[in-house]
Design a protein around this ligand. Structure first.
Ligand code: 13P
Length: 257
C-alpha cells in the first residue's frame, strides 16, 4: 500500500518541519505501507531531513526536467532532485498537463530521465469530464500511458508506479466511485501487462480522496494506494486517511522500493 501526499503549491520549509513533527506523533511506521510526500521543490530538502528517521517515508518532487543541467530557468533536473533528498517524482500530473501545457512527449522524456537517473516515476494519467462523458476514458488513459512508456525498456520500468487521477475528481470533492476507479485500474493493468511492466507495479487512485472515502476505495484489490492533495495538507486529516487505509486491509501490490 502506498499513500502519497501531493502538496502542490503549499507548505514552505518551516511548515514542512512542523508537519513532520506532528505527523510522527500521529502515525507509526507499518510494514507494507509506504508514505510518500511530494512537497514543493523549495521544501524537498527540509522534508528529507525532517523525515530522515522514518524508513517508511519517501520524499519526491512534483515534476522533473529531462536535461541533466544547463540554462533551463525554473526547472529541476533528476540529479538536483536527488541531491535535495528526493527518490521519487510525479510525472504528467494533470495540472502539469492542463495548466502548464505539458505534452505526452514531455512525459515520455521525463519517464526515461527519471528511470535512468534513479528517481522512481509516479506517472499520472486521467480523463477530463468531457472525455468521460464522451465515453473516451479508456482511450485517453491508454494514449497517455502508451505515449509515456512506449519504447522504454521494461527493465528500466521496474520501479514504475502509475496514478489514475480523473481530472474531474481533482480538488472538486467528487471522487470516482470504487467501481469506476477499479474498472479503470483493471484497464491500466492490462495495458501495462501488454508493455511488459511487472505485475507488482502499483496503481494508485487520486482525486478527492479523504477520510470519508479512503477505506472504500482502498479496499478494492485493484487499488494499490492513493495520491492525495487537499486531505494531505493537515497532519491530523492525513493521519485519518492513513488510518482508513490501514483499516481497508492493505490489500494490493507491494509498495516496492
Ligand atoms: P485532491 O485530493 O485535492 O483532489 O487532489 C488530487 C491530486 O491531484 C493529487 O495529485
Amino acid at each position: 500500500m502506498i499513500l502519497a501526499a501531493n502538496w502542490k503549491m503549499h507548505m514552505g520549509p518551516d511548515e514542512t518541519r512542523r508537519f513532520a513533527k506532528r505527523f510522527s506523533e500521529l502515525v507509526d511506521p507499518k510494514p507494507d505501507r509506504q508514505i510518500v510526500f511530494f512537497p514543493p521543490a523549495v521544501s524537498v530538502e527540509a522534508a528529507a531531513t525532517a523525515f530522515a528517521g522514518r524508513p517508511d517515508v519517501r520524499i519526491g518532487v512534483q515534476d522533473v526536467y529531462w536535461e541533466p543541467k544547463g540554462a533551463f530557468t525554473g526547472a529541476t533536473s533528476v540529479a538536483l532532485a536527488r541531491a535535495a533528498g528526493a527518490t521519487v517524482t510525479l510525472i504528467g500530473h494533470s495540472e502539469r498537463r492542463h495548466v502548464f501545457g505539458e505534452t505526452v512527449e514531455d512525459t515520455h522524456q521525463k519517464v526515461v530521465a527519471a528511470c535512468e537517473g534513479g528517481l522512481r516515476p509516479f506517472l499520472c494519467v486521467g480523463e477530463t469530464l468531457a472525455q468521460r462523458e464522451a465515453g473516451e476514458t479508456e482511450a485517453v488513459v491508454s494514449a497517455q500511458l502508451h505515449a509515456a512508456l512506449r519504447g522504454v525498456r521494461a527493465s528500466l520500468l521496474v520501479d514504475l508506479a502509475v496514478a489514475y487521477e480523473p481530472v474531474w475528481a481533482i480538488g472538486t470533492g467528487r471522487n470516482a466511485t470504487p467501481d469506476d476507479a477499479a474498472h479503470v485500474h483493471r484497464v491500466l493493468r492490462g495495458l501495462m501487462a501488454g508493455l511488459g511492466i511487472v505485475e507488482s507495479a502499483p496503481i494508485l487512485y487520486g482525486g478527492s480522496v479523504n477520510p470519508g472515502n479512503a477505506r472504500q476505495l482502498l479496499a478494492r484489490p485493484e487499488i494499490d494506494g492513493a495520491l492525495v492533495g487537499g486531505a494531505s495538507l493537515d497532519p491530523e486529516v492525513w493521519a485519518k486517511v492513513i488510518a482508513e487505509a490501514d483499516a481497508a486491509g492493505g490489500a494490493g501490490a507491494p509498495s516496492g522500493a
